[in-house]
Design a protein around this ligand. Structure first.
Ligand code: ZN
Length: 187
């Protein structure tokens, strides 16, 4: 129903554009996988909110299953086993923090302690998939870390304190916060 998703010229005329072809393959790959589908059963896109460490939080759970005792977030990734400076994609993109906060908000809102899962799928035309349990070994230390850092985060948010540039992201690149004097070992 959306013509802009389809190629209008060349050999592929009339076919889905390549990025949407990949998306279609990913959806089919999940739908054909009974294990993934088990963890995608439940209420979809549930808004959760509450208070934690003195501030208000709001999130949206992809799948909430109060009866079976779990919630799931669906993530796409370049590579399930890819490492970012030694970290997994789950650690690198802050997904443990997200799952830890969601778990607490769900406890407040529904009075149930649910197990967080990530259903991950690669963005390619033959995607690898995984169901990843994010248990307390990971979420508990993250919650402590968030609590420890929250004062400063609040102050940065209100403009009371200045943020520290990461020197890597698009914003830093575009705002001249990147030039550093490095030793060869630091590259
Ligand atoms: Zn940055």
């Amino acid at each position: 129903e959306n013509p802009s998703l389809y190629s209008t010229q060349g050999k592929t005329k009339g076919e889905l554009k390549s990025t949407f072809k990949v998306a279609e393959t990913m959806v089919k790959s999940l739908a054909d996988d009974s294990n993934c589908m088990k963890f995608l059963q439940g209420k979809k896109e549930v808004i959760i909110q509450g208070e934690l460490f003195g501030i208000k939080w709001r999130g949206m759970v992809d799948v909430l299953n109060l009866e079976k005792g779990f919630f799931t977030d669906l993530k796409t990734t370049q590579g399930i086993h890819k490492k970012y400076c030694g970290l997994t994609f789950i650690e690198h993109y802050g997904y443990i923090e997200q799952m830890a906060i969601y778990r607490e908000l769900i406890k407040q809102q529904f009075g149930k302690d649910l197990i967080p899962y990530i259903v991950a799928i690669e963005k390619n035309d033959n995607p690898l998939k995984a169901i990843i349990k994010v248990d307390e070994r990971y979420t508990t230390p993250k919650l402590e870390e968030i609590e420890y850092n929250i004062e400063r985060t609040i102050k940065v948010k209100s403009g009371e304190e200045k943020p520290i540039a990461c020197g890597l992201c698009d914003y830093c690149r575009a705002n001249n916060k990147v030039t550093q004097i490095l030793t060869i070992e630091e590259l």
